[in-house]
Design a protein. Structure first.
Length: 170
């Protein structure tokens, strides 16, 4: 469901896919070739949420912020992620079930491991591998990790196109 709130209507690029079982409301912008999967909630009711191009937000994730939030290009947000972060830079992977609290900033080309919990206002440099509860820097990611982030993103861009092509059954 896509809804306006207080005069703000989500902008969804024509090439993006938003599942009919997702909920997108308010001041939200979704970039080209991005995909929003079933059960996802994106609430732009307290600030603008900008989602870049080629980004996928997988099933049952929640994106919300008490201020403006920016999610870059080529980002993969895994299943059941809760993201209250301020900034997710480009080419980042947020693993399944991780939680990012208010004000978090993740540098480009980083990975947040599945199940990680990042506390309020934490900031991480580019190419960080972040793990644990609370989430902490573990090491710099390697080129093989970066390849995995990119291939996952490319896979979801293809899925986006497949789902857009399939159309609705009447």
């Amino acid at each position: 469901m896509i809804r306006s709130l207080n005069g703000k209507t989500p902008y969804i690029h024509p090439t993006a896919f938003v599942s009919e079982f997702a909920y997108v409301i308010g001041d939200v912008q979704i970039g080209e070739n991005s995909s929003i999967w079933p059960g996802t909630i994106i609430r732009g009711d307290s600030g603008k949420i900008v989602i870049g191009k080629n980004t996928n937000i997988q099933d049952n994730s929640v994106i919300h912020s008490d201020a403006n939030a920016w999610i870059g290009d080529n980002v993969t947000i895994g299943h059941r992620v809760v993201c209250h972060a301020r900034t997710i830079a480009s080419t980042v992977l947020l693993g399944n079930g991780c939680i990012l609290n208010d004000g978090v900033e993740i540098g480009k080309e980083s990975i947040v491991a599945s199940g990680t919990v990042i506390l309020e206002e934490m900031k991480f440099e580019p190419r960080s591998l972040i793990v644990g509860a609370p989430g902490k820097f573990k090491t710099r990611i390697k080129d093989r990790h970066l390849s995995m982030i990119r291939s996952t993103g490319e896979h979801y861009v293809q899925k986006c196109h497949d789902y857009k092509r399939s159309g609705d059954l009447e």
